[in-house]
Design a protein around this ligand. Structure first.
Ligand code: ADP
Ligand code: MG
Length: 240
């Protein structure tokens, strides 16, 4: 599980995370919602050790992410992360792009890496696109390729940061369907999203971020049907 305890993070004078505490159980889907600049992306970056923290503690399966003794590269292999946009290598095919990490990081043979990549590309519905170049894919297909690439590392956790925000509206559904499929398969996921309907349908819990803090945390019913904090009510009014 992921345990976050009283995490503080500054960027220079800017106090971006102000005592965030949260835990995510195995198999759980947690959505993070909240206005722009509320600290959601920074929180994800801290969870997989891409950003340092000044105070508090984050542990993944009992291993402290920011401890000096932690092998962060090893820990990161357990935690897949997918961003709003991922720049695939344009001169490599979809298959070759997805093979890279298993080859370079997991040191798999070419054959093994290819098998893993094909499996994951089929999994996200891109079995027909193995030999295509990334530029020939739609935005939704590119995001599914990015998800396949993360899955090719066999992660135990997946972090998604607004993976549908850059997409044309008609392409959002196919990417959300892929996330929904992963949740049904029992993947432990943290999903930063503006898609309120998705957060409501797929999440076990929803965390509302406001100014670097979790202002409200609860089941989708609690957050969407009967939010308690005025900030949550205001945000939901503007977001839906
Ligand atoms: P969100 O994802 O909720 O929109 P972010 O975590 O991206 O919020 O940003 C939180 C705050 O931290 C914002 O004020 C943002 O401008 C600032 N910030 C984010 N990353 C950096 C950075 N690398 N350097 C300086 N400020 C940053
Ligand atoms: Mg963000």
């Amino acid at each position: 599980m992921i345990q976050i305890e009283d995490v503080h993070k500054h960027f220079g004078p800017l106090h971006v995370l102000k005592g965030v505490s949260l835990s995510v159980e195995k198999g759980e889907v947690l959505s993070m919602i909240g206005g722009s600049g509320s600290g959601k992306s920074t929180m994800l970056m801290c969870i997989n050790g891409l950003e340092a923290i000044e105070k508090g503690r984050i542990s993944v399966d009992g291993v402290e992410v920011h401890a000096k003794s932690t092998d962060i590269n090893r820990l990161r292999r357990k935690i897949g992360i997918v961003f709003q946009q991922w720049n695939a290598f344009p001169h490599l095919t979809v298959l070759e792009n997805v093979m890279l990490a298993p080859r370079k990081v997991l040191r798999k043979s070419r054959h093994e890496a290819e098998e893993i990549a094909i499996e994951q590309l089929r999994h996200v519905g891109l079995g027909e696109k193995l030999k295509s170049f990334p530029s020939r894919l739609s935005g939704g297909q590119q995001q599914r390729m990015a998800i396949a690439r993360a899955l090719a590392m066999s992660p135990d956790y997946m972090l998604f940061d607004e993976v549908t925000s850059a997409l044309d509206p008609q392409l959002v559904g196919e990417v959300l369907d892929t996330l929904r499929m992963l949740s049904h398969e029992g993947m432990t996921m943290i999903v930063v999203t503006h898609e309120m309907r998705f957060a409501r349908e797929v999440s076990d819990r929803v965390a509302f971020f406001c100014k670097g803090q979790i202002h409200e945390l609860g089941t989708p019913d609690q957050i969407f049907e009967s939010p308690e904090r005025p900030e949550t009510i205001d945000f939901l009014r503007s977001a839906i």
